[in-house]
Design a protein around this ligand. Structure first.
Ligand SMILES: Nc1ncnc2c1ncn2[C@@H]1O[C@H](COP(=O)(O)OP(=O)(O)OP(=O)(O)O)[C@@H](O)[C@H]1O
Ligand SMILES: [Mg+2]
Length: 113
């Protein structure tokens, strides 16, 4: 199983939610976060002056999915959330060792869906 953690522009979220819904992806966690990337919140350096680091509001979407669904979901995020401008966000992918559904005690892949 994989955890896909996408940090995206807040305005991209509704379209992403729709595409994931179309794909039959149910479980996800969404948080409002703030952050900065490699530009440290700056659009550019003005005549070499160093500006204060700004934090921009972003949405973090976390999905834990079966290995064979991961590439499809990553493709959806890439195609839905890209504007080609800096600040589009990042996708982090990691391995998940175990999942439990609290209600039933089910464990592993059957607890995912
Ligand atoms: N290395 C990182 N670790 C954790 N969070 C990050 C990292 N890089 C970016 N983020 C998060 O992603 C958000 C968007 O980052 P951003 O798209 O600006 O990344 P970037 O690497 O600067 O890419 P770009 O050059 O396209 O702007 C940030 O506000 C921050 O919340
Ligand atoms: Mg950036």
């Amino acid at each position: 199983m994989k955890k896909i953690e996408a940090i995206i522009r807040p305005e991209a979220f509704q379209a992403l939610r729709q595409r994931l819904d179309d794909e039959g992806i149910g479980g996800l966690t969404v948080s409002e976060v703030a952050g900065c990337g490699q530009q440290q919140g700056q659009e550019g350096i003005f005549r070499g002056s160093k500006f204060e680091i700004k934090l921009y509001p972003k949405v973090k979407v976390e999905l834990v999915v079966d290995n064979d669904q991961a590439d499809t979901i990553i493709d959806i995020i890439l195609s839905t959330c890209s504007t080609d401008q800096v600040g589009d966000g990042k996708i982090f992918v990691s391995s998940i060792e175990e999942v439990y559904r609290i209600r039933t005690g089910e464990q592993g892949r059957t607890a995912l869906i």
